[in-house]
Each structure stands twice: as structure tokens, then as C-alpha cells.
Design a protein around this ligand. Structure first.
Ligand SMILES: [Fe+2]
Ligand SMILES: [Fe+2]
Length: 135
């Protein structure tokens, strides 16, 4: 699994950078309380935060996590998988646009940034260590 897994983690990290860029723009508008600006900024980020985030979460849930669950622990992987459901629900709420956009955006930014931080600082390095041990 190793070279495919290295490529997958590289890809996931690159996707995190695109997600962070989108969240940074939307989060700044939400923090400023600019609901009109936030609504008009959403379509331009829909590719990254819509289908892009769906694909990203699916790659982690369906490919990465099953491959590493034994090595890093199924409970840890379970926490990240559960957060995906929460993140996608907040994203859907934000894009549905039926009120509460500022709160949905701030909630999405906080959870998704923390989630990606923990993947990058803890989960992905653990996987790289596992792969090093196996090679
Ligand atoms: Fe994730
Ligand atoms: Fe991720």
C-alpha cells in the first residue's frame, strides 16, 4: 500500500491548502458580520467546499482510514470520520442559505480548521511513520 498511500497523503495535504484558502476568505467576512458579502462569496468557493470537500472526505473515509485503522487505532480514525459528517452538515447548512449563515460559517471554519490541523500535525505524520516502519 505504501507508495499509493504516500501519494494519497500528498494529495490530501494539497487539498487542505485549497480548503484553507476558501475558509480564510469566507471566515473573514463572517467575522466581520458581512452576511451580504459572505453570500456573494459562496459561489466562488463552491467547487472547493462542495464537490471538492465531498471527494476529499470520501478519500479519507473509504481509502485512507481503512488502510491505517489497525496501525493508528480505530478509535482515533473514528473521531475523524465522525467529524466529516459534522463538517459536511455545516457546509450544507451554509450553502442552503436559509438563515444563520454567519453562525454556520464560523462553526464550519472552527471545526474544519481544527480537523485539518489535527490531520496534518498528528494523523498524517503517524501514517508516514507507519509506512517508514513497513518499508
Ligand atoms: Fe478529514
Ligand atoms: Fe483531510
Amino acid at each position: 500500500m505504501s507508495s499509493d498511500m504516500v501519494k494519497l497523503i500528498d494529495r490530501l495535504e494539497q487539498e487542505h491548502a485549497a480548503v484553507r484558502e476558501a475558509l480564510g476568505a469566507l471566515g473573514a467576512l463572517a467575522e466581520a458580520g458581512d452576511e451580504t458579502g459572505l453570500r456573494s462569496a459562496l459561489p466562488g468557493r463552491a467547487a472547493v467546499l462542495g464537490a471538492g470537500l465531498d471527494d476529499h472526505s470520501l478519500a479519507e473515509d473509504a481509502t485512507l482510514f481503512p488502510a491505517i485503522a489497525d496501525g493508528v487505532g480505530p478509535d482515533l480514525v473514528g473521531v475523524f470520520a465522525a467529524e466529516h459528517a459534522e463538517i459536511l452538515a455545516l457546509r450544507d447548512e451554509l450553502y442552503r442559505g436559509d438563515g444563520g449563515d454567519i453562525a454556520a460559517c464560523l462553526g464550519l471554519c472552527a471545526l474544519l480548521e481544527s480537523h485539518m490541523d489535527r490531520e496534518e500535525l498528528m494523523l498524517f505524520p503517524s501514517v508516514r511513520d507507519l509506512l517508514d516502519e513497513q518499508s
